[in-house]
Unconditional design. Structure first.
Length: 297
């Protein structure tokens, strides 16, 4: 494989959807595309200024993932040049690192004809990420609900969520490690029970296509939102505004620093315009779910 080159496309993602902490992901129709061709040595070339400071050799996350997968199966991946074009904002809560890992897994699988199953890919990606939410959605598309503890992995895939989304992106990026540093080491049992109940009802509602209920549950998170919401200017005002204008719910996108607003199907453009007019600090992206995960052609 890899003699004439191929293209890998991976969607952006959001994670958690509120109380589905580290377990629920949603893919968006916003993509990174990588042109893969044989080369004498590894080289990663990014289009666009935002990505230009990323590593361009074997210390690049995509390449490191390819080599990790190859070593896992006692193989050696032949060097490639990777030309990357991405519409996904870097470090803005849209799963850019998970997208790179998902791309690396797909490239390794294709180059080395490993024939990995979807579950194997999600497991490898979750090991590398440390949690399954973003990377499972990047690999599979749609909505994913995952259990990843130790060496146990199970993922439920809901391929066609019927909704729209708006992402409010602030001008400054935030490292996931910094955001995770805001979280408490423990929660009271009663809080954890309430959070688990909200996550369970939200997941069931998404599976049934009941995004009104899912949106209400999104806003009942106790695992991370109370500790991170101070990072977002006008957080409470944005939530109230979204409710007033018919959104299903608003919560933090992954570890942040973006905000995720769930709206009705084909309502995302209208809501994005209203939010952009009211909250000019944020860039407002109107997005549809991606029913496709990572693909190769």
């Amino acid at each position: 494989m890899g003699e004439t080159g191929f293209l890998v496309t991976v969607p952006a993602t959001t994670a958690n959807l509120g109380p589905g902490f580290d377990s629920i992901g949603l893919a968006f129709a916003l993509y990174t595309t990588i042109d893969v061709k044989p080369a004498a040595q590894w080289l990663v070339q990014y289009e666009g200024e935002e990505y230009r400071d990323l590593a361009s050799g074997e210390d690049n996350l995509i390449v490191k993932t390819i080599q990790h997968v190859a070593e896992r199966y006692a193989r050696v991946a032949p060097p490639q040049v990777l030309r990357v074009q991405s519409d996904i904002p870097l470090g803005k809560g849209l799963g850019s690192s998970a997208t790179a890992i998902a791309a690396g897994i797909e490239i390794a699988d294709h180059l080395l004809t490993l024939g990995l199953s979807s579950k194997e890919k999600v497991y490898i990606g979750s090991e590398l990420e440390g949690h399954a939410d973003n990377v499972s959605a990047a690999l599979l598309g749609g909505v994913t609900i995952s259990y990843f503890v130790g060496d146990e992995m199970d993922t439920i895939h809901l391929p066609e969520p019927k909704m729209g989304a708006v992402i409010l992106v602030p001008p400054e990026a935030l490292l996931t490690e910094e955001s995770r540093g805001l979280l408490p080491e423990q929660l009271a049992h009663a809080q954890a029970v309430a959070g688990s109940a909200a996550s369970s009802v939200m997941t069931a509602a998404i599976a049934l296509g009941d995004w009104e209920t899912a949106g209400r549950m999104m806003e009942k998170d106790v695992f991370h939102e109370p500790y991170r919401q101070r990072l977002f200017p006008d957080f409470d005002r944005i939530r109230a505004f979204c409710r007033e204008h018919g959104a299903y719910g608003m919560t933090i996108s992954g570890a942040g620093p973006s905000l995720f607003v769930a709206v009705g199907a084909d309502k995302e453009e209208e809501m994005a315009k209203k939010l952009a007019d009211e909250f000019s600090y944020y860039q407002c992206l109107a997005l549809k779910p991606s029913t496709a995960g990572a693909t190769i052609k």
